[in-house]
Design a protein around this ligand. Structure first.
Ligand code: SF4
Length: 459
C-alpha cells in the first residue's frame, strides 16, 4: 500500500484500564509521527486491536473483535494486533489468523511507528528528529483527552504469584516508573484540561519497591501521592487495585487526610474463605478483610469501598460461597464485581482438583451479584440528602453526568445532574437514587477555570 496523505489509524481497546493507557500512548506516538486518528475502523488505513488475555471470555472477545475487522481489511486496511494476547500467544495468532498483518507484543510498542511505516509506506514530514524506539512507559505526550479524567500507569508487571493469575507471566515482574516521569505526565494532562487522574498498576500499593523509591515511613506509594498531588490543576487523584496486605496504616492515613485523594478504596480481596485464599496463594480471611475495612472506615467514615471476587475457583464449596455471601452482607461494600474463575495456562491453579461445573459457577455468580446489588442500592440510597463534589464527565442524551469521589470512571455508577458541562466541578445535593446511579441538583459551580480544592472528598 502506498499512501501519500497521512494514514488514518483506528484503535479498538479491550480489557482493563491499563490497556486503555497503552492505547492512548500508542496513539500519541503514532500521531506524533504524523498519523491521523480515524473515528471508525471503516475509515482507517490501519486498524489496531489492543487485546486482553486475562480470562477465557476476554480472549474470545479479543479474537471475535479481530475477526470483525474483516470488512475493514477487505477494504484495504492493514490489521495490527497488540496487547496481552499478542504478548502471550503472538506466534499462535500469526499462525492461526491470516487476517492479521502484524502482531506486536507489549515489549515491542516502541517499534510501532516503524512497523506501521513499513506496512503503509508512509514517510511523514517530521518536525524535529524522530524519537528513537522507547519503552512505552517513558512516553508522556498524548493527544488532547476527550474526558476530564485520565488513567496514568505508574508501574508495569507484578511480583506477586496469585495462583489464578497469568499477569506476571504476560507482563513480567514489576517495573515502576520514576516519580518525576509520572508527575511530568500528570502535569501535561492537567495542562490539557484533565482534573482527575486515576493511578493504575497491577499492584499499585507496592509501587516503587523495585526501584528503591520511597524514603518516608509510608513507602514509595505515599511519597508518590504527595509528590503528584502538588500538580496544579489536579483536583482528584484516585487509586485502583490495592492488594489488601499492601494497604498499610500510612497509606490509609494519607488517603483519609490528603484533600486531593479520593476516599475510595479499591481493595482486591478475591474471596473471603481463608482456605480458598490460601489455595489462591493470597492473604486474608473474612476476619482480616473485615478488620481492614473497619480500619479504613475508622480513618474515613465516608470512604467508598470497591472489590472484586473470583467465583468457582477449584475446590470452592457451597460453604465457601455462603461465607462470601455473609462477608458481602457484613462488609457493606459500595461496589463489587464477580468474575467466574477461568483456568489460565501456566498458572498454579490450572492443575488443581475440584473444578466447578460452569453452570453451577453461573448460579453462584448470579446469587452473589444479587446480594451485592442490594447492598449497593442501599449504600446509594444513603447518599440522598448529601452534598457531593462532582466532576462532570460528559452529556449523555442531553443529561450531564458526573462522578463524586465514590464513583470511579467506567466501573461504578454515575450521577445525573440538572445542568452543567463536561469538565466542570460542581457541588450538588443528591435528590434521588436508582440502584447504581444517583440524581443530584447543583448548588454551586466552581469558579471558571478553577477546581474545588477538595475534589477527593465530600463538599
Ligand atoms: S497481585 Fe494481581 S496482577 Fe499480581 S499476580 Fe495477583 S492477581 Fe495477578
Amino acid at each position: 500500500m502506498k499512501v501519500h496523505t497521512a494514514p488514518a489509524v483506528h484503535i479498538t481497546t479491550l480489557g482493563c484500564s491499563k490497556n486503555q493507557v497503552d492505547s492512548e500512548k500508542a496513539a500519541a506516538m503514532l500521531y506524533e509521527a504524523g498519523y491521523r486518528p480515524a473515528d471508525s475502523a471503516g475509515r482507517a488505513d490501519v486498524v489496531m486491536v489492543n487485546t486482553c488475555a486475562f480470562i477465557e471470555a476476554a480472549r474470545r472477545e479479543s479474537v471475535e473483535t479481530i475477526l470483525e475487522m474483516e470488512q475493514a481489511r477487505a477494504d484495504g486496511a492493514r490489521l495490527v494486533v497488540m496487547g496481552c494476547m499478542a504478548q502471550r500467544y503472538g506466534a499462535e495468532l500469526e499462525e492461526a489468523l491470516d487476517e492479521v498483518d502484524a502482531v506486536v507484543g507489549l515489549d515491542r510498542y516502541g517499534e510501532l511507528v516503524g512497523i506501521l511505516d513499513g506496512m503503509t509506506g508512509w514517510t511523514p514530514v517530521r518536525i524535529g528528529p524522530r524519537r528513537p524506539a522507547m519503552d512505552i512507559l517513558e512516553l508522556v505526550n498524548r493527544p488532547a483527552p476527550a474526558f476530564p479524567y485520565a488513567y496514568v500507569k505508574v508501574a508495569e508487571g507484578c511480583d506477586k504469584t496469585c495462583a489464578f493469575c497469568a499477569i506476571p507471566l504476560i507482563r513480567g515482574p514489576q517495573r515502576s516508573r520514576r516519580p518525576a516521569d509520572i508527575r511530568e505526565e500528570i502535569e501535561l494532562l492537567c495542562a490539557d484540561g484533565v482534573s482527575e487522574i486515576v493511578l493504575v498498576a497491577q499492584d499499585l500499593a507496592a509501587y516503587g519497591r523495585d526501584i528503591g523509591a520511597g524514603s518516608g515511613s509510608g513507602g514509595a506509594i505515599v511519597d508518590l501521592l504527595r509528590f503528584v498531588s502538588e500538580v496544579e490543576g489536579l483536583a482528584r487523584l484516585r487509586l485502583l487495585y490495592l492488594y489488601p496486605t499492601e494497604v498499610r496504616a500510612a497509606l490509609i492515613e494519607e488517603m483519609a487526610s490528603n484533600p486531593k485523594l479520593a476516599a475510595y478504596f479499591d481493595l482486591s480481596l478475591q474471596h473471603a474463605s481463608r482456605r480458598l485464599l490460601r489455595s489462591m496463594r493470597r492473604p486474608g480471611s473474612t476476619d482480616s478483610h473485615l478488620n481492614l475495612i473497619a480500619r479504613v472506615r475508622a480513618a474515613e467514615p465516608e470512604a467508598a469501598l470497591r472489590s472484586s471476587f473470583i467465583v468457582g475457583y477449584p475446590g470452592e464449596t457451597e460453604d465457601d460461597v455462603e461465607e462470601l455471601a455473609d462477608f458481602l452482607t457484613a462488609a457493606e461494600l459500595d461496589w463489587a464485581g464477580f468474575f467466574p474463575y477461568s483456568p489460565e495456562e501456566g498458572t498454579g491453579a490450572v492443575g488443581l482438583a475440584g473444578r466447578i461445573d460452569p453452570g453451577e459457577v453461573s448460579v453462584r455468580v448470579r446469587e452473589l451479584t444479587r446480594i451485592q446489588d442490594e447492598v449497593t442500592a442501599r449504600r446509594n440510597f444513603e447518599q440522598v440528602g448529601r452534598t457531593l463534589t462532582i466532576l462532570i464527565d460528559q452529556v449523555e442524551d442531553g443529561i450531564p453526568v458526573g462522578r463524586s469521589y465514590r464513583e470511579a470512571p467506567d466501573i461504578d455508577g454515575m450521577i445525573c445532574l440538572d445542568r452543567g458541562a463536561p469538565g466542570e466541578w460542581v457541588e450538588a445535593e443528591v435528590t434521588g437514587s436508582y440502584e447504581t446511579d444517583l440524581v443530584a441538583e447543583i448548588r454551586r459551580f466552581s469558579r471558571a477555570g478553577a477546581v474545588f480544592p477538595n475534589g477527593g472528598r465530600t463538599a
